[in-house]
Design a binder for this molecule. Structure first.
Ligand code: NOJ
Length: 554
């Protein structure tokens, strides 16, 4: 297969305009500010920006409650500013994907306002209604403890409407062909403005049957094919990255057995078992998840992430596994959310321990798939647990030690910048780390550069290589007669392992260390003895220096 599938070897960086950089000094990040920071993002080595929702919105769910799909929220700028931003990205060779939030609208969307006031309106059937309170109204809430029901009565409509998420997010009736056509229109609009695709929000709910009489929702996978066909007809290299926290046995329904549905999916199974492995030094459930999520079509790709803007959902782990992760990374109730997850940022979860931060990041970058960074993690930003729900991990980017971290000139930022303590902007900021060759920022940049030179990881097949201890995970990737071996010690103690990389093909058996001069030669039996420091990791190219000759064929 030729190398045109750009998302197979991409480095994705997720950010929200409102918390990145404020140019006009009103306390809210904006497109102008973000555009000014594109050189920073390019310098980091990012190839793709995932932009969180920026359309007009009452902002009650961080923009995931959209009131106009065809515009830019005035707090962030204008449509013109958006185009300047995408232009700036393209000049630097950076692609942009944006959130596509079409499971629901805001209750302030004109469609909903009309639907509730006028039963004859064409928009009435764009939502999901019931005359009486459905029997299952208390089931299936996504935000337990905050959201009480999935049906709410609207006194104007004199009916109940369905909302999978908060009550201000009425679900669209996605089986309605008019709604489906509108979803395509929304995609077409933003594609025309230069985006390379979408991170599609809440996909299992978008395609599920909805209604008062639906006791067991059924996913209508054909819808996914419709989205993809339209997308590729309009723009051949555009992609959809699906947010679908589903079981491995269902993955192929989302990718499509013929690779005709979603191009990418976030790997939630690996995400959760990875945190369990980091908490317990036991990589066996992670290895199992890697095997279970191995099947995917040749054009399909996993999105690998550590933390995102939501809670770290541990719902797929067993009770004892969950307990281990809570004990290690979120022992206090204030750190937990929705009875299933941890709401902290990565750095405080790892107790600011640089070795563990590097280990976790190195794993994310070398597990099968495409890494998805969360803004701020490259400098080890912290969280503000005094903020409600998931807001604690959505504080503004920390650029310098100027007031409000250089994020805004306003005295009253819309969201507070973390100040004081170990993670305050006074210590943790871009300006300081940029000057320090050994900083987390410069380490991340170096790792990203190396990761981009390893297309084997994004494109190749992987094998789990025996290490003799569950604390050490070794993976070998093979692609086009090249092999890469990555080894991670998840344990707080040093570990000695003996590894036979097992790569086929003709090579001298040398393992070329890609991050230091510490190369490894095999013993007479072809095995490598490695002494890994606590939380140590290694990236090797298998087969010595002659790979350089072969790489020129790529
Ligand atoms: C998933 C998003 O990641 C989350 O932040 C949001 O609250 C829900 N979908 C609803 O859109």
């Amino acid at each position: 297969m030729i190398n045109d599938l750009w998302y197979k070897n991409a480095i994705v960086y997720c950010l929200s305009v409102g918390t990145y950089m404020d140019a006009n000094g009103d306390g809210v990040g904006d497109f102008e500010g973000l555009t000014r920071r594109l050189d920073y993002i390019q310098g980091l080595g990012v190839t793709t920006i995932w932009l969180m929702p920026f359309q007009p919105s009452p902002g009650r769910d961080n923009g995931y409650d959209i009131s106009d799909y065809y515009g830019v929220d005035p707090r962030y700028g204008t449509l013109g500013d958006f185009v300047e931003f995408t232009h700036g990205c393209h000049q630097r060779g950076i692609r942009v994907i944006i959130d596509l939030v079409v499971n629901h609208t805001s209750d302030q969307h004109p469609w909903f306002l009309e639907a509730r006031t006028n039963p004859e309106s064409r928009y009435r059937d764009w939502y999901v209604w019931a005359k009486r309170k459905p029997a299952n109204a208390d089931q299936g809430v996504v935000f337990p403890g905050v959201q009480e029901s999935t049906w709410t009565r609207d006194s104007t409509a004199k009916a109940w409407y369905f909302h999978r998420f908060y009550e201000f997010q009425p679900d669209l009736n996605t089986t309605n062909p008019h709604v489906q056509a509108e979803i395509l229109k929304v995609m077409g609009f933003w594609l025309e403005l230069g985006v390379s695709g979408f991170r599609m929000d809440a996909v299992p709910f978008v395609i599920a049957t909805k209604g008062a009489d639906v006791t067991a929702p059924v996913e209508q996978y054909d819808m996914l094919r419709t989205f993809r066909e339209f997308l590729q007809w309009r723009r051949g290299d555009a992609i959809i990255l699906a947010e679908a926290n589903v079981l491995p046995k269902t993955d192929m329904e989302y990718f499509g057995h013929d690779g005709d549905r979603m191009h990418m999916m976030f790997n939630f199974q690996v995400n959760q078992t990875l945190f369990y492995a980091l908490a317990s030094s036991d990589t066996r459930p992670l290895a199992k998840a890697l095997k279970a999520t191995r099947p995917r079509p040749a054009t399909g790709q996993w999105g690998l992430f550590l933390r995102n803007h939501d809670e770290l959902d541990l719902g797929r782990l067993t009770r004892p596994q969950q307990k281990a992760v809570f004990d290690a990374f979120g022992p206090d109730k204030s750190m937990q959310l929705y009875d299933r997850g941890i709401r902290r940022r990565l750095a405080p979860m790892m107790q600011g321990d640089r070795r563990r931060l590097e280990l976790a990041t190195s794993l994310m970058m070398t597990l099968p798939g495409t890494p998805v960074f969360r803004y701020g993690d490259e400098i080890g930003m912290g969280d503000d647990l005094s903020l409600p729900e998931r807001e604690c991990a959505r504080t503004p980017m920390q650029w310098s030690d100027e007031p409000h971290g250089g994020f805004t000139k306003s005295d009253t930022p819309a969201k507070p910048v973390i100040s004081g303590g170990a993670y305050g902007f006074e210590h943790v900021n871009v300006a300081r780390q940029r000057r320090d060759p050994g900083s987390l920022l410069n380490w991340t940049e170096r790792l990203i550069r190396m990761r981009k030179e390893l297309p084997e990881i994004g494109w190749g097949d992987f094998d789990i290589v025996a290490t003799g201890t569950p604390a050490v995970l070794a993976l070998r990737y093979d692609w086009r007669e090249n092999s890469v071996l990555v080894v991670h010690n998840l344990c707080p103690e040093a570990r000695e392992v003996h590894i036979d990389p097992g790569a086929s093909g003709s090579h001298d058996g040398l393992l070329v260390n890609l991050l230091s001069d510490d190369h490894s030669r095999p013993d007479a039996k072809g095995r490598h003895r490695m002494l890994l420091e606590p939380y140590g990791y290694r990236w090797f190219r298998v087969g010595g220096l002659d790979y350089l000759l072969r790489r020129s064929e790529i």
